[in-house]
Write a protein that binds this ligand. Structure first.
Ligand code: S0N
Length: 268
């Protein structure tokens, strides 16, 4: 499959998926997600591949989540986004693949990991960050949320208090702060990121693939119920996107202004 929105390379046991939309800080649209799904399925099927690396093109961003310029009251509507139900992105399938692929997935976080992009790195088995990387969730600022893996699994990784802080305050955290809260495995100088990731890949490639597969399944088993929460979350997100409140967040982002959510506060 020729790709438009991603780069996909395979070399010496390593499959590398690069989100290639630097003009929007590697935000993903429907087509991007479909291409990532295709690449992850290929890496799953290919017996020569032992580890997958996920990263973003350019110097500024890993991924900044859903492309807000491709979103309207029906959800995400960009190229390839003709899903009849849901938010217009096959994001649940992508999340399930990153978790399910029986090989370690390493996020090489080369810049902003924000919103749905932050969720992607959280779902990867390991995260190695450039010292320039920035982390955060922005959903409540832009009229969106991921109340599945984005909340429940994040809380497993960094604890309930920090996870709630990330979502309720929508602030950005440095790579060092991310390391301190257990959100990433290692921070390295920006220029050394891909060399360090390569070293981690080689160490993994030397190990028993079957042992790694069963270990990954075993780690996943304890949080497997979150898949059900994710379904609820995406279904409610599709309904929320149709609300005036969500639209205010979206419009404010597009108009580069502060959203006015105060008028939406209700008794329930
Ligand atoms: C990343 C931020 C903080 C960077 O700010 P900075 O450095 O000031 O750069 P900008 O000038 O803002 O950005 C450069 C250009 O890139 C565009 N751009 C950046 N991010 C996006 C994006 N996500 N969609 C579309 N365009 C984007 C800018 O507009 C700018 O373009 P020009 O030069 O033309 O003005 C800052 O950019 C920022 O805050 N970005 C928005 C991030 C965002 O809103 N992400 C989506 C967040 N959504 C959620 O959290 C929802 C939950 C979720 O996880 C999810 C679940 C399922 C499905 C989808 C999502 C999802 O992510 O929406």
């Amino acid at each position: 499959m020729p790709y438009t929105d991603i780069l996909y390379e395979k070399c010496d046991g390593i499959a590398k998926v690069t989100i290639n939309r630097p003009e929007v800080l590697n935000a993903f649209r429907s087509l991007t997600v479909r291409e990532m799904i295709d690449a992850f399925r290929d890496a799953w099927d290919d017996p020569t591949i032992g580890v997958v690396v996920l990263t973003g093109a350019g110097d500024r961003a890993f991924c900044t989540g859903g492309d807000q310029k491709d979103r309207d009251t029906e959800g995400y509507t960009g190229t390839g986004g003709d899903l009849e139900e849901g938010i217009g992105l096959e994001i649940e399938t992508l999340h399930a693949l990153i978790r399910g692929i029986p090989k370690p997935v390493i996020a090489a976080v080369n810049g902003y990991a924000i919103g749905g992009g932050h969720v992607l790195h959280v779902l990867c088995d390991l995260s190695i960050a450039s010292d320039r990387a920035k982390f955060g969730q922005v959903g409540p600022k832009v009229g969106s949320f991921d109340a599945g893996y984005g909340t429940a699994y994040l809380a497993r990784v960094i604890g309930e208090k920090k996870a709630r802080e990330l979502w309720f305050l929508c602030e950005q955290y440095t790579a060092e702060e991310a390391l301190a809260m257990g959100l990433v495995n290692k921070v390295v100088p920006h220029e050394q990121l891909m060399d360090e990731v390569e070293r981690w890949c080689q160490k993994i490639l030397d190990k028993s693939p079957t042992a790694l597969k069963f270990l990954k399944y075993s780690f996943n088993a304890d949080s497997a119920h979150i898949e059900g929460i994710t379904r609820l979350s995406m279904a409610s997100l599709a309904m929320y996107y149709r609300s005036e409140e969500a639209l205010e967040g979206l419009q404010a982002f597009k108009e580069k202004r502060k959203p006015d959510f105060r008028k939406f506060r209700r008794r329930d």
